[in-house]
Design a protein around this ligand. Structure first.
Ligand SMILES: Nc1ncnc2c1ncn2[C@@H]1O[C@H](COP(=O)(O)OP(=O)(O)OP(=O)(O)O)[C@@H](O)[C@H]1O
Ligand SMILES: [Mg+2]
Length: 222
C-alpha cells in the first residue's frame, strides 16, 4: 500500500527525514510518535505528495510519487484523506459546505454529493450542526468536521496529523474512537500524535521517529 525506500528530506540546512524505510500494508493502523521536530508531519506530507523527497523512493498504491506528473497528483490524492494539524476549515462556510467541498472539486454536483456528505457527517456525529458556520464551533466539533471532510471521498488511506491537538481527555477519547471505527471499516490509517492517551486507546502499530530517523517500529519487532 505505502512503501518508503531510504527516504531523505532536507529543509534549508536541516534534515527532516533521514534514510527512512517503511512498509505499510493495506488495512494497517500506524501511530507515528516522537518529539517535536522528529519528522512526523514531514512523513505524512511526503506520502500525500504535498512535499517531495530529496533522496529515496515513495510508492503509494504502487505508484512512485516522485515520478508522477503534477497533473496526476490530484488523482492520487483522491484516494487519500488528510486531517491537518491546524483545522484549515473555511470559517464563513457552513459545516455542510466544508464537507461538500472535496466532492465539488472532484466534479460531483451538489445533488450527487448530498448522500455522501450526510453519511460522513453522521459518522462523526455532526449532522445536527450541518447549517452552522464552522467559525462558531467548539474545537472538538471543528476537528470532527475536519475528519468528515477527510473521509467524504471514501479514502483508501487516511492520514492524520495530531488530530487531538488541543482537545481535552473526553474529546480526545471520542476522536480516537472515531479513528478506530474508520480503521475498522477497512481504511488504512496513519496518525501522528504526541498524545499517550491516543496511543494507548487506538493500539495500532507504533512507529517512533527522532531527529528524522526511525527509532523503533513495532511492525518489524514482532
Ligand atoms: N517548511 C519547512 N521549512 C523549513 N524547515 C522545516 C519545514 N517543515 C519542517 N521543517 C523542519 O523539519 C523538521 C521536522 O519537522 P516536522 O514538522 O516534520 O516535525 P514534527 O515531528 O511534525 O513536529 P511537531 O510534533 O512539532 O509537529 C523540523 O526540524 C522542522 O523545523
Ligand atoms: Mg507535526
Amino acid at each position: 500500500m505505502i512503501q518508503l525506500f531510504h527516504v531523505t528530506k532536507y529543509y534549508e540546512g536541516c534534515i527532516a527525514l533521514s534514510d527512512l524505510s517503511l512498509r505499510v500494508d493495506k488495512g494497517e493502523c500506524i501511530l507515528i510518535t516522537g518529539p517535536s521536530g522528529a519528522g512526523k508531519t514531514t512523513l505524512l506530507k511526503l506520502i500525500f505528495g504535498a512535499e517531495f523527497p530529496d533522496d529515496g523512493q515513495i510508492l503509494v498504491q504502487n505508484r512512485n510519487i516522485a515520478r508522477l506528473r503534477a497533473t496526476d497528483i490530484p488523482y492520487l490524492r483522491r484516494t487519500m484523506g488528510f486531517v491537518l494539524q491546524d483545522f484549515k476549515l473555511l470559517p464563513h462556510k457552513t459545516v455542510y459546505e466544508n464537507v461538500e467541498l472535496p466532492l465539488i472539486i472532484r466534479g460531483l454536483s451538489s445533488f450527487d454529493a448530498r448522500r455522501k456528505v450526510a453519511e460522513s457527517l453522521q459518522s462523526v456525529g455532526m449532522d445536527h450542526k450541518r447549517t452552522t458556520q464552522t467559525s462558531v464551533l467548539s474545537a472538538g466539533e471543528q476537528q470532527r468536521v475536519c475528519i468528515a471532510r477527510a473521509i467524504v471521498n471514501s479514502p483508501i488511506i487516511l492520514l492524520a496529523d495530531e488530530p487531538t491537538g488541543n482537545l481535552d481527555p473526553q474529546l480526545t477519547y471520542e476522536i480516537s474512537e472515531l479513528f478506530k471505527a474508520i480503521h475498522a471499516r477497512g481504511t488504512t490509517v496513519m496518525l501522528a500524535t504526541h498524545n499517550r492517551q491516543v496511543v494507548e486507546q487506538i493500539n495500532g502499530r507504533m512507529i517512533k521517529l527522532d531527529c528524522g530517523r526511525l527509532l523503533s517500529d513495532q511492525g518489524t519487532l514482532s
